[in-house]
Design a protein around this ligand. Structure first.
Ligand SMILES: *Cc1c(COP(=O)(O)O)cnc(C)c1O
Length: 365
């Protein structure tokens, strides 16, 4: 049995390439046999190859979890129990990190922004200067709530200047947007198989510096989301503490090979940029307004105001009937916006047809 091809324009999971989808039916392996240990070693080695800045001094641990699981594992492993973490939040995912730190009882300070706001560098600088106990800073690279590409060049430079360790939610950016390590004083990042890497959902990962992996584990961590236990196992005998989705690992391995063969992160950025220019031109020509100044978007995804007189449901259903799945706004933005991501296996003819449909459905009817 198969389902009709859908072009997923939601921010993950993505439409898989034939090659990656085919890997899901490769066969059955026990997760405690040496061949699977070797596969996980290879996946972790390839993950740090995705961004040149991670190639030395960093290593990965791969978990059976969605992206949220990797973010929570990262914070549980590395947010200090003494000292504190400054959380810069300008959307759902930044706020989710606040909830995680609260749930794990880790001292933190929130720097809350409005969801459409750019990060306030002056406020970050002032918060760090006021409270020297803030040794870590947590932020989202690409805030998927709106599509805002947070200014990590500036935030990272602040972290570096102050010796503050950066903990980055790179779930929607890993594999497509540039990541720096030394320039940002990056300690760790969390990301997932099924967004810009074009793997299947079910695996996510934490990449951290050698110094952080070696640091003393927290007194109160997590059992299932213990990133250090995955790291020790996968870099030791190769085995993970708990069962990993073996077939999803086959798919991730293929997706990483495809990512590298297609030219790596810079090429993926360029691919999304070409797609983003097309959808933007179609939407602007139809009179659809961006939620943010388009300069705030990355090529990965953008959010748009619903055309006058059209509900999200109507637009969604009309596009879905043609095989395209767009994404609603979250929270208070739900009634106002829709989001279009440019990840996954989208064929040129499918992009053409999407743009024609957007023009037709969004134009003043
Ligand atoms: C998708 C996403 C997550 C994680 O979402 P899951 O549904 O748990 O995979 C976390 N942060 C950001 C920025 C995201 O885009």
């Amino acid at each position: 049995m198969s389902v009709q091809r859908q072009i997923l324009l939601n921010p993950g999971p993505v439409t898989l390439s034939e090659r990656v989808r085919g890997a899901l039916t490769r066969g059955d392996w026990c997760h405690r046999e040496p061949e699977f240990a070797a596969l996980m070693r290879q996946i972790n080695a390839r993950l740090v190859e995705v961004h040149p800045a991670l190639r030395s001094g960093f290593s990965a641990a791969t978990l059976a979890a969605s992206g949220t699981g990797a973010v929570e594992a990262m914070l549980a492993a590395f947010a200090p129990e003494d000292g504190g973490t400054l959380v810069v939040a300008n959307g759902v995912y930044g706020e989710r990190m606040l909830r995680m730190l609260a749930a794990h009882g880790r001292p933190h300070q929130a720097l809350q922004h409005g969801w459409t706001d750019a990060v306030d560098l002056g406020a970050i600088e002032a918060a760090l200067a006021r409270n020297p106990r803030l040794t870590h800073l947590a932020i989202v690279h690409l805030e998927t709530t709106t599509g805002r590409w947070n200014d990590l060049e500036a935030v990272g430079a602040l972290c570096r200047a102050r010796g503050v360790t950066l903990l980055l939610d790179a779930v929607s950016s890993f594999g497509a947007l540039p990541v720096e390590s030394a320039a940002w004083n990056l300690g760790a990042l969390a990301a997932t198989a099924n967004k810009c890497l074009h793997g299947a959902p079910g695996l996510s990962f934490v990449v951290a510096s050698d110094a952080l992996w070696q640091r003393k584990p927290p007194a109160a961590g997590s059992v299932y989301l213990d990133a250090r236990a995955y790291h020790a196992g996968q870099h030791g005998d190769g085995f993970s503490p708990f069962t990993l989705p073996v077939q999803v690992a086959f798919a991730l391995s293929e997706a990483l090979a495809e990512h590298a063969e297609q030219g790596g992160t810079a090429a993926r950025f360029a691919l999304y940029q070409a797609r983003a220019e097309r959808t933007r031109a179609a939407l602007m020509a139809a009179g659809v307004a961006p939620l943010l100044d388009p300069a705030a978007y990355s090529p990965v995804l953008a959010s748009w105001r619903l055309p006058k007189g059209r509900s999200y449901r109507e637009l969604h259903d009309a596009l879905k009937a043609l095989g395209y799945v767009i994404y609603a706004g979250q929270g208070s933005l739900g009634a106002d916006i829709f989001r279009i991501a440019h990840m996954g296996d989208i064929r040129p003819a499918e992009l053409d047809a999407l743009c024609a449909a957007l023009t037709r459905l969004c134009g003043s009817a």
